[in-house]
Design a protein around this ligand. Sequence first.
Ligand code: DQA
Length: 167
Amino acid sequence: MTVSDDRARGQGKGKKKAGRASRVLQILVVHGPNLNLLGKREPEIYGTQTLADIDADLSVLAKELGVEIDSIQSNHEGELIDRIQESMGHADGILINPGGFTHSSVALRDALVATDLPVVEIHLSNVYARESFRKRSYVSPIAIGVISGLGAQGYQFGLEALVKRLT
Ligand code: DQA
């Protein structure tokens, strides 16, 4: 994949068109800590779908939308930051569920800002209907949009919205 200056980044957070018609949009999907446990972890809050299920559904949708996704999960803040930095020059947008780092990580937010890519923030649960510490997100102010409380479907809506923004 060649990197070109027609990449939909920068000014307007993805409002620019992707450029050459042949260019396939690349979306980085980032799953934060403990999301590897989906399916087993508090299913009454996070549902019964596993992360593999969510990624498989996203892959189907990505194909329909004609985009490519690269999905990563890590329980480690530095690993997530490294992967986000590495996406610079490849990715056109980022779909992220930062998990618990949503509420704590300035560094993760800084990495997202550094990419200058449009970011959509996803939460399976409605973070505003839970403990008060979950109401603060370091990511929301720099995201083009936030989807919270719609379960695994939120990822689908988020991908669609991101791709629409980029095309
Ligand atoms: C979460 C909400 C966060 O508060 C929590 O720490 C998670 C999952 C969600 O998807 O609802 O790990 O991001």
